[in-house]
Design a protein around this ligand. Structure first.
Ligand code: GLN
Length: 307
């Protein structure tokens, strides 16, 4: 398969949908991003790479960061985190608080905001927010093979200034003793992880270990054990797009994680890691054109975890 050709064909397939959907507008830094951009990059396990469009333009990865903090936690004192966060789809929006009361402050899964806040608390452990962010940035640089990756401080500040809902989630969990560090410590790391900026090319490379049973093919490092890798892919499949997760599984058929910056990371186990970015979102907060592109890519390649 000619990968450059494949991506070009997919880009042509979705060009007409670029005006559909709405850019995230809760912070100016996201609201001001030119909305009709589109980038797509693929990194294959056999070493092939390809990209098309705005694939070198860094964007705010937002909730895609939840996959990487989960991987870091599962590679360390991992299994313990499952006492504090579940692995069921929520069927609710990313920042919903309703289930937390019924379920005693234990979030449904690590890929909704509440669950990711718990994972970040776990990542901080007995260290500091700055230390956790430093470790995350180092992890992303190692995975992507790019030392230029970092936190967009302006986005991070705005996240904090508009973070009332995330503060509510965190305080609510703290009231059930499901946070070990102070709320502001945890959120200071969480807001910065959301503000990590990567391009599609960097993100596709960074996700490759998830297509390779946990081993980074670039560095040959075992990032997470194979069984943990399967679990990360399983939660991405079932929970990666909030209340749109079922539709994404139905239409695309492999694990993915979206962020409100318009990026999606998708993993085809044994084959490839794919990153797509286009800022306009659907109602669940997933890139409209990005998910269309992945659907077209799945159709053109026949890739699916469902056979
Ligand atoms: N920064 C956003 C938040 O925490 C991330 C949400 C998302 O990408 N779905 O609310």
């Amino acid at each position: 398969m000619d990968m450059e050709r494949l991506l070009q064909d997919v880009a042509d397939d979705v060009r007409q949908s670029l005006g559909t959907g709405k850019v995230a507008d809760y912070i100016p830094a996201l609201a001001q991003v030119p909305p009709n951009q589109f980038g797509l990059a693929i990194a294959c396990l056999d070493g092939r790479h390809a990209s098309v469009g705005d694939a070198d333009q860094p964007f705010s990865i937002q909730s895609i960061s939840k996959v990487f903090t989960l991987a870091m936690v599962l590679s360390g004192r991992g299994p313990l985190v499952w006492d504090r966060v579940g692995r069921e789809p929520s069927g609710t929006p990313f920042n919903s608080i309703v289930q937390l009361e019924h379920e005693s402050g234990v979030p449904r899964n690590p890929l909704i905001n509440a669950g990711a806040i718990v994972v970040t608390d776990h990542l901080i452990g007995g260290s500091s927010a700055d230390d956790a962010v430093d470790r995350l940035v180092a992890f992303m640089r190692a995975r992507s093979g790019s030392n230029s990756i970092g936190v967009d401080q302006q986005v991070a500040r705005s996240e904090s200034e508009t973070g009332s809902r995330n503060r509510s989630l965190a305080h609510f969990m703290a009231s059930f003793s499901n946070l070990r560090n102070p709320v502001e410590t945890v959120l200071s790391a969480y807001f910065r992880q959301c503000a990590l900026a990567l391009s599609c090319r960097q993100l596709a490379q960074a996700g490759l270990f998830l297509a390779n049973k946990g081993r980074d093919p670039q560095t040959d490092e075992m990032v997470v054990a194979p069984d943990q890798c399967r679990r990360i892919n399983a939660v991405m499949m079932t929970c990666g797009h909030y209340d749109g997760s079922g539709d994404f599984a139905f239409r695309v058929g492999f694990p993915g994680k979206s962020g409100v910056g318009g990026g999606i990371l998708a993993i085809v186990p044994g084959e490839a890691s794919i990153a797509v970015w286009s800022p306009r979102l659907n109602r669940s907060g997933t890139s409209w054109t990005g998910s269309q592109a992945l659907e077209r890519l799945a159709a053109r390649t026949g890739w699916s975890v469902f056979g």
